[in-house]
Design a protein around this ligand. Sequence first.
Ligand SMILES: Nc1ncnc2c1ncn2[C@@H]1O[C@H](COP(=O)(O)OP(=O)(O)O)[C@@H](O)[C@H]1O
Ligand SMILES: [Mg+2]
Length: 431
Amino acid sequence: MISRKTANQCYVYITLPGETEFVTAGKFELATDRRGIPAGRFIYGRSYLDRDNAVAIDPLELKLGNKTCKTSLLKGIFGSLRDASPDFWGRRVIQKRSGHTQHGEIDYLLHSPDDRAGALGFGLNKEPPAPRRKFNRTIELEKLQKLAAAIIADEDIPANADAEQTQDLMFGGTSMGGARPKAVVEDENTLWIAKFDHPDDKWNDARVEHAMLTLARECGLQTSESKVIAIGGRDVLMVKRFDREHTDAGYRRGRMLSALTLLRANDDYQNRERWSYVLLVEELRRISSRPKTDASELFRRMIFNALISNIDDHPRNHAVIAMDRDWILSPAYDLTPATPISAEHRDLALECGDMGRFANAENLLTQCERFYLTPDDARNMINQMEVIVRDNWYAVARREGVTEKDCDKISAAFTYPGFRLEAAALSDLTL
Ligand SMILES: Nc1ncnc2c1ncn2[C@@H]1O[C@H](COP(=O)(O)OP(=O)(O)O)[C@@H](O)[C@H]1O
Ligand SMILES: [Mg+2]
């Protein structure tokens, strides 16, 4: 049972590059300062710092060393730790399981299972727990899907003979971030994120998201591998985890940081002055071991999001990953089209040029040099991708099982008229 007492400190564990077991990296404490503002403090353990293979949890904000690191952003939770915490969906499952809603930020870290994104773990004991060896299997998906539906409907978890077991099943696989109902399942020696449907979906999201990942690959983007499987008559999107690698000894884990963390940004839409591709590419240039490749890949993603009206490209939908010591941009994930009413003006979630968030070719070009691209190269990239999206989105969607009806619903998302509005016409629009 999850206790009602709110924890204010915990140990942070990490799986080091090449390893499959946790070691203790340090200690995190959450306090409130004299003005009532939450203040987080982290310190690496001495035995951790003595390790030859020690790596920083976040090379920008939690650098290796014996100095205490402090933050007041994100309610005092360092972004790198917050990235390992469940979001809307996982929190809801934890609340459901515990029967109450009053959990502190550290409680969410402590009570979420050990399948979270990235290489971190959390606990109250100085010694880390043994790594998890057992995962939900694909054949358990139908059960998980039903449980997810019950949680969405806010029903009680079915009280049958194996209710406890099914609760545990559901609980395993809820630490991943995001709002959609999901679970982590193992198939052979691979871990997948299973994304379930939701009653509010406007179309078959599993098929549409899978089609967008496929279209993105055709546009030259690096993406997670995905497939759709039908379970109990409903489609489930399966996305292969890029932060896990199977070995005979268990799973290796990659460290992960969201763009929100890299940008030192807040996570609400009211407070997003740092939500920007242009700022993000600067951070990427600092952290990435292949800055040129990653910067141009990020530019490609920005174009793609503008071309498919993916306005949900917020900073938790971008990440960097380190499977070994080096950081690189992670494969793209969570690519979804939207069909806002305006045909002339659509905004991405992040600023993408001198004209703000406007999803427009001219705007995208304004800062291309920061992505190590000449205006000619950037223009060519935009033109080529525009042709691929315009000419292929429908064929790709149909081939990947999106119905004719759903294609009709999403068609307004692709190469919308505002993408090509000329600079002269742009000045007439309020940006
Ligand atoms: N293929 C993947 N491998 C590892 N982690 C992933 C992968 N895809 C997504 N994630 C992580 O899981 C979180 C939730 O996934 P996402 O597809 O964004 O779900 P949602 O649609 O609910 O936002 C992401 O924010 C990211 O941290
Ligand atoms: Mg997401």
